[in-house]
Write a protein that binds this ligand. Structure first.
Ligand code: TXA
Ligand code: MG
Length: 338
């Protein structure tokens, strides 16, 4: 039996599949998305099934213009205008009050819809060709590491998608920053590809929600969340299967050495800039030798996947400086290690 080729860069094939209500993986500048027609409940339901994602976790709706967003939201406040005009197309998601044309399944019944114009040539062209927006979470099984190449999607969801639109390696590598309004204040619900410092230059001081104190894994808990919830706010998320610890790598290695609890070749390293002499080189992944945050973000998820394939017992990782993109990276590391 020959395996059907499902990876390619043909926009027409992607378009036709989406129009039929099928799932298509799409490239964006942040991570790959698992997309379906946002107006078609049956198509959207396939996303939750393929990802094994609980339906109380809402989806981001992607399109190619602010005018289209205005046609399915009841209000587009001045802060959205400022942020949208400045950062779109880009790694920014805004929570806006929705019209009924956006199905409950997309927003998990929440009054707001998460919207974003992604910055990727192929996907923008695709979105332009469609007369509906695309609901798309990251194209990974729920809770696992987000995909930053077409092949990452193929490895885990290849059986479940009709087509993977290959747009190369994602340029940013971490998900979009999510912003919404609560009680007249602008809140960052998820740190992401656009640094808070950059956003603040445009709209002033932002309040950062570090993590949700309600657990969206529980349906009842979720009902208590009145307005917004973000799975990117779950304590454990973006996680490899192998246990990961976050801290001072040198000290963590020392902890394992005297008691021989682990062989040195059973330890994997995810460091920012440095190698560690004690550990075999093939087990070490350095996010950016020159200490560049953008390069580190681009490599983060791919390296976590590589480490997860090794025959090791533990991954030791370290935090980056807590500023700019380092904040979004640290947030992912913290959840991966939880
Ligand atoms: O960069 C990204 O944002 C990528 C690409 C594909 O666009 N998408 C992505 O989607 O990361 P996902 O589903 O993995 O994460 C979206 C987050 C979820 O944590 C979800 O809870 C939150 O956005 N979200 C979506 N709709 C929401 C809503 N109506 N209210 C509050 N939070 C919402
Ligand atoms: Mg995700």
């Amino acid at each position: 039996m020959t395996k059907k080729i499902i990876i390619g860069s043909d926009i027409k094939t992607a378009q036709q599949n989406l129009e039929k209500g099928n799932l298509v993986a799409i490239p964006t500048e942040t991570v790959y998305g698992l997309a379906a027609n946002a107006f078609d409940i049956k198509a959207v339901a396939k996303i939750f099934e393929a990802k094994n994602r609980p339906t109380f976790d809402p989806l981001i709706v992607h399109t190619d213009s602010i005018d289209k967003i205005k046609s399915w939201t009841t209000d587009f406040p001045s802060w959205a205008e400022e942020l949208g005009n400045y950062f779109w197309a880009g790694a920014l998601t805004l929570l806006l009050p929705r019209k009924a044309i956006i199905p409950d399944l997309v927003t998990s019944g929440l009054p707001h819809v998460a919207v974003r114009i992604p910055n990727h040539e192929l996907t923008l062209e695709l979105l332009k060709s469609l007369d509906f927006p695309l609901a798309a979470p990251s194209a990974n099984p729920f809770g696992y590491i987000s995909p930053t190449t077409a092949n990452h999607v193929f490895e885990q969801l290849g059986e479940k998608v009709s087509y993977i639109l290959d747009g190369g390696k994602c340029k940013i590598g971490v998900e979009s920053t999510i912003i919404g309004e609560e009680n007249g204040k602008l809140i960052v619900f998820r740190k992401g590809g656009i640094a808070i410092e950059e956003l603040e230059k445009v709209v002033g001081k932002l309040i950062v929600k570090e993590h949700s104190n309600s657990n969206p894994h529980s349906a009842n808990k979720q009902k208590e969340l009145t307005k917004v919830a973000s799975s990117g706010m779950l304590l454990s998320h973006y996680a490899p299967k192998i246990k990961m610890r976050l801290g001072n790598i040198e000290e963590m290695i020392k902890e394992y050495l005297p008691n021989n609890e682990l062989q040195l070749n059973e330890i994997g390293i995810l460091s920012f800039t440095k190698k560690y002499n004690q550990i075999p080189l093939k087990n070490q992944f350095i996010l950016s030798e020159k200490g560049d945050f953008s390069e580190a973000a681009q490599n983060l998820f791919a390296y976590m996947r590589e480490l997860d394939k090794l025959n090791i017992k533990i991954i030791l990782a370290e935090r980056l400086p807590e500023k700019e993109l380092g904040r979004a990276i640290n947030d992912r590391l913290r959840r991966a290690a939880y």
